[in-house]
Design a protein around this ligand. Structure first.
Ligand SMILES: Cc1cc2nc3c(=O)[nH]c(=O)nc-3n(C[C@H](O)[C@H](O)[C@H](O)COP(=O)(O)O)c2cc1C
Length: 189
């Protein structure tokens, strides 16, 4: 069975992203379609701003951090980005992490768990579709949209929400379907 990699896309101190990432990763692990569910936190990965001299499509990486990031992404058959909305867009650390690589992303589905104060991150998701399709990733329409004003309690913890959990299941069903359908196109990076 395939490997699902959940990427937490915010890195700032005090962020909500890791809590949402942990919540989603637990749901994905229990879902059943993926025998290997990995949470990758960009705050822990700690990539510098893109610093490779060659275009990523060359796959010739100078730096150890790039080779390690390449291995992490190559191991995933599918992705879910847990992503905030910042100024109507997606986060700079996520764009940087995407730009480092090329073939490692190709022919892999990507689902979105987005969140924001006002929009639930919907505008950021629309924006990132243009980027991921350039890399031949296949964005999944079914998504989880978290409106933080309602989703967090006074302590900043996620309030349990059956509708949110149901949305995650529906998204994972579709990610799994596309993971299988795209498998013949994937080649090792
Ligand atoms: C720089 C910045 C820009 C933001 N812009 C938006 C926005 O455009 N739309 C929105 O709904 N929320 C916006 N917010 C609110 C964030 O979605 C909210 O603070 C969220 O917790 C950020 O994710 P994080 O805690 O994982 O960093 C913004 C927050 C920051 C820090």
């Amino acid at each position: 069975m395939p490997c699902l990699t959940v990427i937490v896309a915010s890195t700032r101190p005090g962020r909500v992203g890791r809590r949402i990432g942990d919540w989603f990763t637990a749901i994905a692990a229990a879902h059943g379609a993926f025998d290997d569910v990995r949470l990758v936190d960009l705050a822990e990965v700690g990539l510098p701003f893109h610093d490779e001299p060659q275009h990523p499509s060359e796959g010739r990486y100078l730096h150890r951090h790039t080779r390690e990031w390449s291995g992490t992404v190559a191991a995933g058959d599918a992705f879910v980005f847990v992503m905030p909305e910042y100024n109507y867009g997606f986060s700079a650390p996520l764009k940087n992490a995407i730009d480092y690589l090329y073939a490692e992303w190709r022919y892999k589905p990507v689902g979105f768990v987005s969140y924001g104060m006002t929009s639930g991150g919907l505008r950021a998701v629309q924006m990132i579709k243009q980027v991921v399709t350039t890399l031949k990733m296949v964005p999944v329409n079914e998504a989880v949209t978290v409106f933080l004003r309602e989703a967090l309690d006074d302590a900043g913890e996620l309030v349990p929400d059956p509708a949110r959990a149901a949305a995650a299941e529906v998204m994972l069903d579709e990610v799994a379907r596309l993971t299988a359908a795209l498998a013949p196109l994937r080649v090792p990076a």
